[in-house]
Ligand binder design. Structure first.
Ligand code: FES
Length: 160
């Protein structure tokens, strides 16, 4: 049985864009599909909260390669916040359709994108001024309650 791939999908499969690894990436992530066994590995570079570069390595099918290729082209230059909401339907539309059995390949590509962004955010988390204030409050509260405990303990021991 042969699958009906669009010309665009075949083009991205034969000449994939953004294939490889970024040197010194800001984040990296791997995703896989347990059913078909295909995998994708992403590396990401971010500048001014925008995707400066994104590359992938594929251990999968033609559609795995084509979907990752077109997706990386589509998200380059996007704000991180917008890329987080990227939908697999956009990949399918951009590739002018995918065979039904291969739609999950686009889902896997988006899973990889979301995971590499999550990794980036995990390692580059900045404490906002609001958070700093609440951290200070918590520290103050804790030290106050520690002091109270000390006083209570002293009183108890002096009563004995
Ligand atoms: S067949 Fe599973 S990702 Fe392509």
């Amino acid at each position: 049985m042969s699958l009906n791939y669009s010309k665009k999908t075949l083009k991205h499969f034969r000449q994939p864009k953004n294939i490889g690894e970024i040197k010194n990436p800001d984040a990296m992530a791997e995703v896989g599909n347990m059913v078909c066994g295909d995998q994708l590995f992403f590396t990401l570079k971010v500048k001014d909260q925008k995707i400066k570069d994104i590359k992938f390595l594929s251990f999968g099918c033609a559609s795995n390669i084509a979907t990752a290729s077109v997706m990386t082209e589509m998200v380059k230059g996007k704000k991180i916040e917008d890329a987080k909401n990227f939908d697999w339907n956009k990949i399918v539309a951009e590739l002018e359709g995918l065979p039904k059995q291969k739609v999950h390949c686009s889902v896997l590509a988006v899973e990889g994108l979301k995971k590499v962004i999550a990794e980036y955010e995990k390692t580059n988390k900045k404490v906002s001024p609001v958070d700093k204030k609440s951290v200070k409050k918590i520290i103050k509260k804790k030290s106050v309650s520690k002091e109270k405990n000390k006083i209570v303990k002293k009183k108890k021991t002096s009563k004995k």
